[in-house]
Design a protein around this ligand. Structure first.
Ligand code: CA
Length: 240
């Protein structure tokens, strides 16, 4: 997709920052929409179905955290990339935002060039993911593990023959482990698997939260991911 086919929703209550983002992203060829509070942000996501959301944390009516949480709870909006924007003094809160399913964050005052670059990285990943979801020809081999089947080229993991709804980070963690059943991955290795070229800042606890979320989605097959105390995680090797 070209940038002009991508729409970006900016949810931000500070007029100066709204204007800065609107001006620069429009200049780069994106379609830009603005919301000034959390409620308006949520309603615009449903009506506009943006390609990416830039979400301030301190917002009137609903906080950015609440907006993020609600978007991730709905299947339709569960995979739209979200970049949260936070003040320097709230930087520690960004961990919480990433736990709620945000893909990345920037700290005010941020470099607009860096933000544009990160937006492009996330859009590229998202386009790949979406085209894989609609383009379901069986052109790659499955890696099977119990009721799970990984189609890595298509970026899909099937669970009981239905696509498992995962965030991109969750997908990468599970795909990494499924590709090598029985191999123990440290949290640092899993962070590397998630972040690739996107310069996302993650800590070990984020991995634990993602794994917890994946296990919930695997329901009574949560045991397929095992915790190796003091080391990390692995997918069980069913052949053993
Ligand atoms: Ca604000």
């Amino acid at each position: 997709m070209n940038d002009s086919e991508h729409s970006i929703l900016v949810v931000e209550d500070e007029p100066d920052i709204q204007e800065l983002l609107h001006y620069n992203f429009t200049k780069e060829g994106f379609r830009v929409f603005l919301a000034s509070d959390g409620e308006e942000g949520l309603s615009l996501v449903s009506s506009l179905e943006p390609s990416l959301i830039i979400l301030d944390i301190m917002l009137p009516k609903l906080s950015g955290f609440e907006v993020c949480k609600r978007l991730r709870e709905q299947e339709k909006t569960s995979t739209i990339p979200i970049i949260i924007v936070t003040a320097k003094s709230e930087e520690h809160d960004t961990i919480f935002g990433l736990d709620l399913g945000a893909d990345d964050y920037v700290v005010k005052p941020f470099s607009i060039e860096e933000l544009i670059a990160r937006v492009r990285v996330h859009l590229r990943r998202y386009d790949l993911y979406r085209s894989a979801m609609v383009n379901q020809q069986p052109y790659d081999e499955f890696i099977r593990l119990g009721p799970l089947a990984l189609a890595s080229k298509r970026h899909i993991i099937f669970f009981h023959n239905k696509p498992l709804i995962l965030t991109l980070s969750e997908f990468k963690i599970l795909a990494t482990m499924m590709s090598s059943p029985g191999t123990v991955f440290s949290r640092a290795e899993l962070i590397k698997a998630i972040t690739d070229d996107s310069h996302v800042h993650l800590i070990a606890r984020n991995i634990d939260v993602h794994v917890l979320s994946i296990r919930k989605k695997l329901k009574d097959h949560a045991h397929l991911i095992q915790t190796i105390r003091g080391v990390g995680y692995k997918c069980v090797d069913q052949r053993v």
